[in-house]
Design a protein around this ligand. Structure first.
Ligand SMILES: O=C(CO)COP(=O)(O)O
Length: 279
């Protein structure tokens, strides 16, 4: 069984607001996109587990557009490190979304520790003149604990920057050891996303490089599924799918040049190639 994930980032922001959304008005974007990709996910549901990570504003639309018989899962892009508790906090979480809040909206998966989330947390610390990757990983660990407690499956992201390539074991080792400390790993998958491979115009690591890191991740996590993300596209989907210790792919953009974006037909082509139907 493979895993295919899509991270829709903030691909909803309209072009006139400097984003890349040309697909649908914001008020309909979540329903429209879901309607356009659910066929593909249902078609391949015997070969792969699918989840789509939406911005919070679209979770209800996505859950609504998902039919009862659909096997794919609605995911959210991140959660807060605390939650409501009986006799404790009843929901005083202004600005933050908790694991239980998204679970109650029909969400089943959460992406934790995406490099864009890591950069945000590191940026807050930097305001205080602090560089502390371990603190970032400790906060992410609190989020993972909340997710597991609320019954969400977790896709936990790790990866090194270009500058960290020569000490990738330390960087990814800390991300795994601290971020997943004390967590029951049965509901956890790990996404390996080298930061230098994400987005348009970036090189994608070859199969040996990914094998080296994916094997390290598996050995450090008792064999959690490892998902590759960063520049996954139609042209390299077969190569990436054939790496034995990689269990799936995480898709961001589907078109990396010209009118870049996430397009339903591009998603279908990547899935088809990845799962071996369109060799
Ligand atoms: O960050 C990613 C998915 O979370 C990868 O993005 P791209 O596929 O656009 O490189």
């Amino acid at each position: 069984m493979k895993y295919i994930f899509a991270n829709l980032k903030r691909f909803d922001i309209p072009k006139e607001m400097d984003g890349i959304n040309t697909l649908a008005p914001v008020s309909l974007w979540g329903s429209y996109l879901t309607g356009q990709i659910r066929e593909t996910m249902n078609q391949y549901s015997a070969q792969a587990e699918f989840a789509v990570f939406y911005p919070e504003a679209y979770l209800l639309q996505a859950a609504d557009a998902k039919a009862a018989e659909d096997g794919w899962k609605v995911g959210v892009q991140g959660i807060y490190r605390e939650d409501t508790e009986k006799g404790g906090n009843f929901g005083a979480f202004t600005t933050n979304r908790t694991a239980k809040s998204v679970k109650s909206m029909g969400c089943e998966y959460v992406l934790i520790g995406h490099c864009e989330e890591r950069m945000d947390k590191a940026g807050v610390l930097a305001h205080a003149g602090i560089t502390d990757s371990e603190a970032v990983n400790r906060i992410l660990n609190e989020e993972v604990v909340c997710a597991v407690k609320a019954g969400l499956s977790v896709l936990y992201c790790v990866g090194e920057t270009e500058a960290e390539q020569n000490r990738w074991q330390d960087v990814i080792g800390e991300q795994l050891d601290v971020g997943l400390n004390g967590v029951d790993l049965s509901g956890i998958s790990v996404a390996y996303e080298p930061l230098w491979a994400i987005g348009p115009g970036k090189p994608v690591p070859d199969s040996d490089y990914i094998t080296k890191i994916a094997s390290f991740i598996k050995s450090r996590t008792d064999g959690c599924p490892v998902i590759y993300g960063g520049g996954l596209k139609e042209e390299n989907a077969r190569m990436l799918a054939e790496i034995p210790c990689v269990d799936g792919g995480l898709i961001g953009l589907t078109k990396f040049s010209g009118d870049i974006g996430f397009y339903p037909d591009g998603f279908a082509s990547i899935v088809e190639k990845y799962l071996g139907e369109g060799k």
